[in-house]
Design a protein around this ligand. Sequence first.
Ligand code: WT7
Length: 657
Amino acid sequence: MVKEATLNGVQWVVPDPKRENWYWPSEALKVHAWASDAKIYAQAAADPIAFWSQQADQLTWSKQWTKAYEDEPFAYRWFVGGKLNLSYNSLDRHVAAGKGGKTALIWEPEPVDEPSRIFTYQELLAEVSRFANALKALGVRKGDRVGIYLPMIPEAVIAMQAVVRIGAVHTVVFSAFSPESLRDRLLDCGAKVLITADGYYRRGKKIPLKQQADQALTGTSVEKVVVVRRAGNEIPMQKGRDVWYHESVAGQSTHFPPEEMDAEDLSFILYTSGTTGKPKGVMHTTGGYAVQVYATSKLDFNLHEDDIHFCTADVGWITGHSYINYGPLMNGVATLVYEGTPDAPDFGRMWQIIAKHKVTVYYTAPTAIRMHVKWGEEWPAKHDLSSLRVLGTVGEPINEEAWHWYFEHIGGKRCPIIDTWWQTETGATCVQALPGIGPFIPTVAGRPFPGIRAKIVDAGGVPVKTGDGGYLVMEPPFPPALLRGLYGDSEKFRATYFGEFGPRLYFTKDGARMDEMGNIRITGRVDDVMNVAGHRLATAEVEDALAQHPLVTEVAVVSKPDEVKGEVPVAFVLLKKGVHPSEDLKKDLIKTVDQHIGPTARPAAIYFTEDVPKTRSGKIMRRILKALVRNEPIGDLTTLRNPECVEDLQKAVGYKA
Ligand code: WT7
């Protein structure tokens, strides 16, 4: 089936002669693909449990499961009775198969004059084992929660792997999140240990991190802090609590027997935004998560042994968990981790990295692509991108212009674009085209992955007609990697995902439509969740942050489309009596947002107003504010308690519709 790992320069996609904007895999790509026959969909649909079991058979289990799937309302289990370890499946099994000398991880630091760090599978296994021993010496045991607040350095992957090797539970917090965000998460999960770094490089500057972590720790249950030395900046170390990473692993054995985990044991918690101000701790298991992440990495990106996989997400997001760390490593390929930003030292950095390491799979977000479109195609043109085979996107619907630019200027009109729809909750991709099957259509994600049952329903849960818009839901057997709960809040879990349609339909909160072939186009969130530069954010989180400013009485935040970031928050702020609006106050409010959430949540505009539209019961009508900032028809105002405020608001935002 597979002749060679890379086919540089070969035409991998061909345009559809009849349908404009449709593309299909070429014969050359089909020969090379794991899946090249659309029959896989029908076969998997006939028996999804058998399909997933075949995928699971490709991993190493220390004990075979007794039942592949079972469910009862709000509780579904995969590979019941099976035992495995995620780190064993990522590392040991490749070494055992004689592939210890293969490259596992390539790290590219931001400063261009600093050398890359490269780990073979053997070396990565040794380092992970040393750190697992160090964590054990610090008291970490199976089931304990370990916080990870690290920049994009190899130790981020090593730390995650070491934690799951012990059978402990990691919770990774994005390094650009504020101390307060970190504290909330550490408190919620009751973390015992935190792994962080002194600092890191961003656009040539050293960014301190340890001081941020210190601020977050007061009042938490964290007993020990492990600090990776990265930037070499001066940092305070607290005696008895803080240890350097390099000192903790010194003299530790390179052998650490992986903990045998039950398929349904918790492997990690990742916090994400819901519609309230408080992020939710999404819980992922071991077996089902491993299987779906393994199978989707392999089939979505057509991964073969010699691939160099470069996913540009941060490890703090689910994409980093599944497609920088576990997915590529379970597939035995090389995963590339880049520390910095795409504009350091110039706008060609990503393309320079691809050329330097002969990257074959590049996986990024539409917001990043739109940024590159702005910077211009002369930047990728300076670099040899002929090693690329497959391109991926994730995080939000990709607009046509960005798709075509990506297709032409990065993929050389040669590579398929795999638009993967999924969520923190699903743990792994669920809707996408497969490289060897197609079709690849701009703005259309693709078909549900084999074995996944997705459909589009109306508000009553009834399937809509082909082509009509509706809500995207999933039916049992639920995808193996689907979240099993929200940490410490089973009520919220039920209400959030099964509240609308009951326990037999998982509600994604996305609007979508489906064509006759089953291709799904995602139209966006239908709840109060924004997607800002690929970062998920609730309007309520930004409102809560702003409301904490001492001069603010009330806030309403809505999202507004943005050419590059997809969406941005816009805030309407009511000030306390006698307080005068000013530019300085705006700056101060932005600072408040930085402090409580982080810079990603900064409002693009702040309007000081006397009032915001409200219903008679006092609920803010965000729908009207949304229409105002988008220049869309405002609609009916008769249910408002204060319709007179709308005119002032129109002036304030420069409403033109
Ligand atoms: C929401 C989930 C999954 C990793 C990144 C985001 C939107 C995600 C796509 C896509 C259109 C997409 C959805 C989803 N989304 N991928 N390919 N096309 N929309 O994870 O932060 O949990 O956000 O991102 O609205 O519900 P997340």
